[in-house]
Design a protein. Structure first.
Length: 149
């Protein structure tokens, strides 16, 4: 889990989700800043570097994966956990391909807190990247049948 002094950014256009997520993370001793959309988050960079960004996928304007791409363009090296209330298979595939862990809403906070642990976030990103590579790789070809002698 992040250290008690670590800063977590939470991005969601739903005020109730922002409020409840902030409350639960702060109850764990974490510092939290909230943002209502992607451009608001992007305006915070460069600035205090958060330990993690919890980023809703469905946002007005830029979606969560587009925001991740912009963070990359800004060279903001911050782990992102994508959250969604619309767990569409295409979104899952795009998140896996980008190496970004995806968590469904409603958030299971014990699982979310476990994902925020540095090793867990790194492992989840690695697993997502491996899964994307497996899906992108062509199927193995069967070995040729032996020819009669």
């Amino acid at each position: 889990m992040p250290a008690l002094t670590d800063l977590i950014y939470v991005v969601d256009d739903d005020a109730a989700v922002l409020h409840s997520t902030r409350f639960l993370l702060e109850s764990e001793g974490l510092r939290v800043e909230t943002f209502a959309d992607g451009p608001e988050l992007l305006a915070a960079f460069p600035g205090p570097s958060p330990a993690f960004v919890l980023l809703d996928h469905v946002l007005p304007g830029l979606d969560g994966l587009e925001v991740c791409a912009r963070l990359h363009d800004l060279d903001a090296r911050v782990p992102v956990v994508l959250i969604t209330g619309h767990p569409d298979p295409a979104i899952r595939a795009r998140a896996r391909a980008a190496g970004i862990p995806l968590v469904d809403k409603p958030l299971a906070f014990d699982a979310l807190l476990g994902l925020l642990a540095p090793d867990a976030a790194r492992d989840a990103a690695r697993d997502a990247a491996r899964e994307a590579a497996r899906e992108a790789a062509p199927a193995p070809r069967p070995a040729p049948l032996p020819q009669p002698a």
